[in-house]
Ligand binder design. Structure first.
Ligand SMILES: C[S@@+](CC[C@H](N)C(=O)[O-])C[C@H]1O[C@@H](n2cnc3c(N)ncnc32)[C@H](O)[C@@H]1O
Length: 250
């Protein structure tokens, strides 16, 4: 079975990904649940039974799969670059997986939040960094020569998802390994940030989301972005609005 570009499917990525073709996507860009990783696949947290009913913020971050199952599957469908936003604990496992993979090179990267939340600021340093492991098939072109692995960008404004990532950052990342018209895959797409970023960059998207409320929000954000792009058709892009690597943004 193949897939329909510019679609977000409601469902469990672990059940749906096996139907995808090998190396179907030039870029996988995802932001997995950061919750404690359960390495026993038979003990996967059942989202519908354990989390529902009663939506609460933490549900967005509950791990519903074992990395040992997830990583081989996204690697199989990745033809080029793989970005995985994750917790520090998860990053060690993800980095090790790609370090040991003969076809990939890997880098630990960080997103530094230009406008961090002041929570606990009177007791300790602010929480200003999030981890992202970047791996790419060795032959994949990389468009940003000598770009640093630390990316400064503000947190997303007007959040509709508890762990929503900034569109500008995702656009910057997906453009590093894709060409216009390529399809970017996000198996845990949440409120659709990857899809919106892909559309802004003239790429396509494909994704899965387990939670019906987030799935609906993703569809709404994509629809709104489509209207914006239609309205802007023919208007040249403002290059100064593009994200630059850490050190260029103040
Ligand atoms: C960290 S959030 C992603 C947020 C997203 N980057 C955004 O900007 O909105 C992870 C998402 O993965 C979803 N998720 C968790 N397990 C999943 C699974 N097995 N299949 C598909 N989606 C899943 C959660 O419901 C959650 O919305």
């Amino acid at each position: 079975m193949t897939f329909e570009p510019n679609t977000i499917v409601l469902g469990d990525c672990m059940e749906l990904m096996p139907a995808l073709p090998d190396q179907a996507f030039p870029c996988v860009l995802t932001d997995i649940p950061y919750g404690a990783v359960n390495n026993m696949s038979e003990e996967r947290v059942c989202y519908s039974n354990a989390i529902r009913p009663g939506m609460f913020k933490g549900a967005a971050d509950v791990t519903t799969f074992a990395l040992d199952d997830f990583l081989p599957e996204i690697t199989r469908v990745a033809a080029g670059g793989v970005f995985i936003f994750c917790s520090i604990e998860q990053s060690a496992t993800i980095f090790g997986y790609y370090r040991d993979h003969p076809d990939f090179m890997v880098r630990n990267c960080v997103w530094t939040k230009a406008n961090p939340s002041p929570v606990m600021g009177q007791y300790t340093f602010l929480s200003t960094v999030e981890m992202c492991v970047f791996a790419k098939r060795r032959e994949t072109p990389f468009h940003y020569s000598c770009a640093p692995a630390a990316w400064s960008h503000p947190v997303a404004r007007s959040q509709r998802h508890p762990t929503q990532k900034p569109v500008g950052l995702f656009r910057y990342l997906l453009e590093s390994v894709t060409e216009p018209g390529d399809t970017v895959f996000d198996p845990c797409i949440g409120s659709g940030t990857t899809a919106v970023a892909a559309l802004m960059a003239g790429r396509k998207y494909f994704g899965y989301e387990l939670n019906p409320e987030y799935h609906q929000i993703a569809l709404e954000r994509v629809a709104a972005q489509g209207e914006d792009l239609f309205a802007l058709a023919g208007v040249p892009e403002n290059p100064s609005a593009r994200l630059e690597p850490l050190g260029v943004l103040s």
